[in-house]
Ligand binder design. Structure first.
Ligand SMILES: NC(=O)c1ccc[n+]([C@@H]2O[C@H](COP(=O)([O-])OP(=O)(O)OC[C@H]3O[C@@H](n4cnc5c(N)ncnc54)[C@H](O)[C@@H]3O)[C@@H](O)[C@H]2O)c1
Ligand SMILES: [Zn+2]
Length: 385
């Protein structure tokens, strides 16, 4: 029944929730015709929904047969595959809108609609940028992610965030939109440069330090095998890292980061700044390793973290081959960077510190002089120039 509104002020309430679910497959030979993981994802197969592939050029250099494999795979499974777009790999593709525009143009040209798929294969940077394009074109096209770096397989491609940079601000334009599915092919990791193999381990260490003492101890014990990039250790590390990232997103009550607590960003306040200060010559994971070391040293200096725990963290990072000092650190003005970070968070600082291995706490104030001293300590570590 329609009620006459005789009130001056009216408040209606809207409430609904939408469950999200997506599979994450870890496999080898993902494009061998007998591997059904990709083919089985395509629904309404009979209607031949189009699939727009976007491929990272660094991945293609390492895996030159990939376009041909994809074509054969599509033929074997009657998939309606469009010619692939090639993206410049690495942070460059997030620095401007060139890749986005090519994707939007392809969406228009091929009349890609919300029943179609964008299939992105590449590192975290290409996945972030293509994810942003897929989330915004037609207000969201299904995105299948095929991450091809250690970092993307255990972190960047498993969650709900997509972004590009704007005016030197990392991830300034972005969305929280879950993928349709994720397929990680371990075979692809073989062609990564050593530094990219290593960089991805930083995010697994980060998530272990904030969530799981057992996972941290396992990483510590496996550090020699991980440094040699032994397949079994690396694959276990990737799956366990992904599991903890997924667990955090689903179960900490804030998957779309409405609040200010961002423990998954442990070590990241300085890492993002260092990436920009290095003109992106530092990889994200390399910067995160430095950021983890700095915030762990601070946690120790602030009386939270024991000598033994700090020693284990620094040993793990250096034994893996991370360099914990970089010329960009000299250009990092800690006081200014903390102020900027506070502004970025809307006026209230929120930084994750460690009380132990696998035991994190959010704090709202940081002693900038002590943080600066923590930064200085990095240059006194073994191996520092
Ligand atoms: N969305 C998220 O939640 C999230 C989380 C963590 C990191 N990130 C983002 O991820 C990005 C870093 O990703 P990354 O560490 O994967 O590095 P990257 O994407 O910059 O790739 C590094 C290099 O490896 C090349 N490459 C990719 N796959 C290859 C392969 N199999 N063989 C040979 N070369 C290959 C790329 O072309 C690039 O040159 C950053 O932009 C970071 O902000 C996003
Ligand atoms: Zn990160």
């Amino acid at each position: 029944m329609i009620q006459d509104n005789n009130n001056t002020h009216t408040t209606l309430k809207q409430q609904f929730s939408v469950p999200f679910e997506y599979p994450l497959h870890y496999t080898r030979g993902s494009l061998a015709p007998e591997n059904l993981r990709l083919a089985n994802l395509i629904v309404n197969h009979a209607d031949h929904p189009v699939i727009l592939p976007v491929l990272d050029d660094g991945l293609l250099k390492g895996q030159p047969r990939l376009p041909e494999q994809l074509k054969h795979y599509a033929a074997a499974h009657s998939l309606n595959l469009l010619p692939p777009l090639i993206a410049t790999g690495g942070e460059a593709c997030k620095q401007n809108t060139e890749l986005l525009e090519r994707i939007y143009d392809a969406v228009v040209e091929h009349r890609i609609d919300r029943h179609a798929y964008i299939l992105v294969a590449g590192g975290g940077a290409v996945i972030d940028a293509v994810g942003y394009a897929a989330a915004t074109a037609h207000r969201g096209i299904r995105l299948i992610r095929m991450p091809s770096t250690v970092l993307a397989q255990n972190d960047a491609a498993v969650g709900v965030k997509n972004a590009i940079n704007y005016a030197e601000r990392k991830n300034f334009l972005g969305t929280f939109v879950p993928p349709y599915a994720v397929i990680s092919d371990f075979d692809w990791l073989d062609s990564l440069e050593a530094r990219d193999k290593r960089a991805g381990i930083a995010e697994a260490i980060k998530v272990a330090l904030i969530k799981s003492p057992e996972f941290f101890q396992w990483l510590y014990e496996q550090r020699q095998a991980l440094a040699r990039f032994e397949h079994r250790a690396v694959e276990t590390m990737i799956i366990e890292g992904a599991r903890w990232h997924l667990d955090h997103i689903a179960h900490q009550g804030d998957p779309f980061e409405m609040g200010s607590a961002r423990p998954l960003d442990f070590g990241h306040w300085s890492a993002h700044k260092l990436e920009a200060l290095s003109q992106h010559s530092l990889r994200h994971g390399e910067a995160v390793a430095i950021g983890i070391a700095m915030d762990s040293i601070y946690s120790h200096k602030a009386g939270r973290l024991s000598d033994a725990a700090l020693a284990q963290i620094l040993t793990l990072l250096t034994d893996l081959g991370f360099s914990l000092h970089h010329p960009a650190l000299d250009r990092l003005n800690v006081h200014q960077a903390l102020d900027e970070f506070r502004e970025h968070l809307g006026g209230r600082l929120c930084i994750t510190l460690l009380n132990g291995l696998g035991d994190a706490e959010e704090v709202t104030s940081i002693d900038a002089d002590l943080m600066d001293a923590s930064k200085q300590s990095l240059s006194q570590l073994p191996g520092a120039a």
